[in-house]
Design a binder for this molecule. Structure first.
Ligand SMILES: [Mn+2]
Length: 313
C-alpha cells in the first residue's frame, strides 16, 4: 500500500487496464482511479479490451482507444486481474511498461509486477482501491463514490455472496454519504433486463442438463445460440436464476465462441472450490467463481467436466 501511494504521488502519467469481458468491479475501479488521478492533475488513460455492458453504462467510463500513450506513460496499473493474459489485446504493450503495478483480489498468477497489492480476502478490487483513495487526501465526489459502490456491490452480488464481510458494509455506508442514486444503481445492475431476456431464458432452460444426481448443472449455448444472445451470455449474472436450487452445488456455463472453442464458467454454491476445476482446463479464478477457455470437441469436454466434478464433489 505504501509503495503504491508513493508511486501515485511521485509520477505524472498513468495508463490503467482491466480484464476482458469487464464487469462493474473492473470498470468501476478503473474509472474511480481515473477520476482520482485526474483530480491529482495527472495524465491518465483507461484501456479495456471489451465493450461496456449496457446495464452499467451509468458508470460513465471514458475509455482510451489510442495505444500510443501506453508506451509514453510513467506507470501502467492493472486492476481486477493480475496477468497480462487477462487484458486481451493490450497484453504485449503492458509487458513492455516501464513500471507495472497491480491492484486486485483474484488468486495470484505467476506474472511479475514491480509493485503489487493483491488481497484475495477482499470481496472486490473497489474495496482495496477505496482504502488507497482514503490515504490520498483527495475529495471524493458522487461520481467516484458511485463507481466504487458499483464495484463492491457487483462483486458481492448486492451483499449476498459469502465473500461479503463487515468491511463491505462499512465501505458501502461511507460511500453512500456522497449522495448518488443507490436504488437506480442496484436496479440497473441486478434487476434490469432487456425484453429479449424472455427468449434467452427459454433457450437457457432448454439447454440446461442435470448430472450427478442434480449436483451438477451444465448450460450449453452452441455457436448459433451464442451469437444470437451474445450480450446476455457475457453477463455473468444472466445465469444466476439457476442459483440456490436444492441439491445443486456446481453450475457450469459453456459458450461455443467458434467451432470447438469454448468459454467455460464455473460457479459453486457452498463447498466446492471451482478454481480447482478451472485449473484442470488451464483456467483460474475464485473459490466460488472461475473460468477457462478450452479447445476440444464438445462431447469430450462435457465428459471431462463430469469426471472432474465427480471427484471434487
Ligand atoms: Mn472483482
Amino acid at each position: 500500500m505504501k509503495d503504491i501511494l508513493r508511486i501515485i504521488k511521485k509520477y505524472n502519467s498513468f495508463a490503467l487496464f482491466c480484464h476482458v469481458s469487464p464487469d462493474a468491479d473492473a470498470l468501476g475501479s478503473m474509472n474511480a482511479l481515473r477520476l482520482i488521478l485526474k483530480k491529482l492533475n495527472k495524465k491518465v488513460y483507461a484501456y479495456c479490451d471489451g465493450v461496456v455492458p449496457s446495464n452499467i453504462s451509468f458508470l460513465d467510463v471514458k475509455l482510451e482507444e489510442n495505444e500510443k500513450h501506453i508506451m509514453q506513460v510513467d506507470v501502467c496499473i492493472m486492476l481486477d486481474c493480475n496477468s497480462s493474459g487477462r487484458i486481451g489485446k493490450y497484453a504485449e504493450l503492458f509487458d513492455k511498461a516501464k513500471i507495472k503495478v497491480v491492484i486486485d483480489h483474484h488468486q495470484k498468477s505467476d506474472y511479475k509486477f514491480d509493485y503489487s497489492l493483491i488481497d484475495t480476502n477482499s470481496p472486490s478490487t473497489a474495496d482495496i482501491l477505496y482504502e488507497i483513495i482514503k490515504e490520498l487526501n483527495v475529495t471524493i465526489n458522487s461520481q467516484i463514490a458511485l463507481n466504487l459502490y458499483a464495484g463492491l456491490s457487483s462483486d458481492t452480488g448486492c451483499f449476498m455472496h459469502s465473500s461479503t464481510n463487515a468491511m463491505s458494509h462499512k465501505h458501502a455506508y461511507e460511500l453512500l454519504g456522497y449522495n448518488f442514486n443507490l436504488a437506480e444503481v442496484n436496479y440497473n445492475m441486478f434487476k434490469y433486463k432487456g425484453s429479449n431476456y424472455l427468449y434467452f431464458y427459454k433457450t437457457a432452460l432448454k439447454n440446461t442438463k442435470a448430472y450427478l444426481g442434480g449436483k451438477l448443472y451444465v448450460t450449453f449455448f452452441n455457436y448459433k445460440e451464442y451469437l444470437r444472445y451474445q450480450d446476455i451470455c457475457e453477463n455473468p449474472s444472466a445465469f444466476s436464476f439457476l442459483e440456490g436450487i436444492e441439491g445443486n452445488e456446481i453450475r457450469v456455463k459453456i459458450l461455443e465462441k467458434t467451432k470447438d472453442t469454448f468459454s467455460i464458467s464455473f460457479r459453486s454454491n457452498k463447498y466446492v472450490n471451482v478454481c480447482d476445476i478451472a485449473r484442470v482446463f488451464n483456467g483460474g479464478g475464485h473459490i466460488r467463481a472461475a473460468g477457462a477457455e478450452v479447445m476440444l470437441p464438445y462431447k469430450e469436454l462435457l465428459q471431462q467436466i463430469i469426471e472432474v466434478s465427480k471427484k471434487v464433489l
